[in-house]
Design a protein around this ligand. Structure first.
Ligand code: PLP
Length: 372
């Protein structure tokens, strides 16, 4: 992937915000509890390695990713702490899991048996660190019943290739004000915990929403994702118990401005036509960067003023209606603060009819990330 280093569009990541969000959360945890920073999907678009390093400074003692390749990226960048892969990895990649000292999620008995056969056939004795995932109601991956979970635990304990490192579940409604379904999931997990004779090193159930708004279930590690980046998991629904500092700013610069007479068409399809003499500026960001076509009609900030995005968003550029003529090279803030005004990721998400998680992950890798 080519990165647009020679274009003024960039994402600025405030590492201090990540450090502060992580350390604020750690202050609320019981002493024996750890925080694993979730840095999958390139750190939710913020950059996995830099985010992981900032989270570590804030007190994170481990990391979670979704893909084997994401885990390898962290190891190759020198991250030494435990890394848990949260999704299923084909058992044929076990050698890589061991080579990179990774912990893997086990979601079915079939996988466990395949893994066991694979490990038995290896020339030297190796140990695979596993976390058992229980599906208490998310309907995604994991063991579906207490008996299936206990059978998996039995298999793991009876074979000396496995290190039983963790047991976990994931809640699907922790960011909602009605906690009825959440409590059902908690109860289902608690029944399994109550049936255990022995516990693994990590029991973990909390994503950001659970950590922020629910009292800890019997667990000793949290998987802290979106809130670490300074975004409220519920959007605007529930107030965060402490101020989350947004880490991401998206800026560009005007590459051309012009004064156009009335009836001038702007962009493909001439969807916008000037209604009088107007100052139109061009910003070098488009849908190929993840600044999607539905952003048409939304606003950006120039010199502390809201300016409407006019006409269709192009692949690499979009046009805005300026309040007043400004110099070429003037900064344009697409997400973040500009003088006294601010555009948040949540506002962009609302414009797109989605959640800020998706907005953050959608920014293309061709936008350079600058860390401050
Ligand atoms: N745990 C699991 C299993 C996840 O899939 C995710 C994210 O999708 C997280 C934790 C982190 O969630 P959040 O970003 O809401 O904190």
């Amino acid at each position: 992937m080519v990165i647009g280093w020679h274009r003024p569009t960039k994402i600025i990541i405030d590492k201090k915000a990540i450090i502060e969000n992580v350390s604020n959360e750690i202050k609320r945890l019981p002493n024996d509890s750890e925080l694993f920073a979730v840095v999958k999907a390139n750190g939710y678009g913020h950059g996995a390695v830099e985010t992981a390093k900032a989270a570590k400074i804030g007190g994170a003692t481990g990391f979670c990713v979704a893909l084997l390749d994401e885990a390898i990226e962290l190891r190759e960048a020198g991250i030494k702490e435990p890394i848990l892969i949260l999704s299923v990895v084909d058992s044929s990649y076990i050698e890589l899991l061991i080579k990179y000292d990774l912990s893997i999620t086990v979601a079915t008995q079939e996988w466990l048996e395949l893994a066991s056969d694979y490990l038995k056939n290896m020339d030297e004795k190796v140990l695979l660190k596993v976390h058992i995932k229980v599906d208490t109601g998310m309907g995604r991956i994991g063991f579906l019943s207490k008996s299936a979970t206990l059978q998996a635990i039995q298999t793991i304990k009876s074979e000396d290739h496995f290190i039983w490192e963790g047991l976990f579940t994931h809640f699907s409604t922790a960011d909602e004000s009605d906690d009825t379904y959440f409590q059902k999931q908690v109860q289902c997990f608690q029944e399994i915990l109550d049936a255990l004779e022995e516990k693994p090193r990590y029991i973990h159930v909390e994503n950001s929403a659970t950590a922020l708004w629910h009292k800890q279930v019997t667990s000793n590690m949290i998987r802290f994702g979106i809130a670490m980046y300074g975004l409220n998991p519920s959007g605007d629904l529930l107030p965060s118990p402490y101020t989350l500092k947004s880490a991401l700013t998206l800026v560009s610069k005007l590459i051309q401005i012009k004064e156009l007479p009335v009836d001038s068409g702007i962009g493909y399809g001439k969807e916008y036509v000037t209604s009088g003499t107007e100052w139109i500026g061009t910003v070098p960001i488009g849908y190929a960067d993840g600044w999607l076509r539905h952003m048409q009609g939304f606003e950006v900030l120039v010199d502390g003023e809201h300016c409407e995005i006019v006409g269709r968003i192009c692949m690499d550029q979009c046009m805005i209606r300026l309040i007043k003529p400004v110099a070429v090279g003037t900064e344009v803030t697409l997400i973040g603060k500009n003088k006294k005004k601010e555009i948040t990721m949540q506002m962009v998400a609302e414009q797109l009819g989605t959640i800020h998680y998706e907005v953050a992950c959608t920014f293309s890798e061709r936008i350079p990330r600058e860390y401050r």
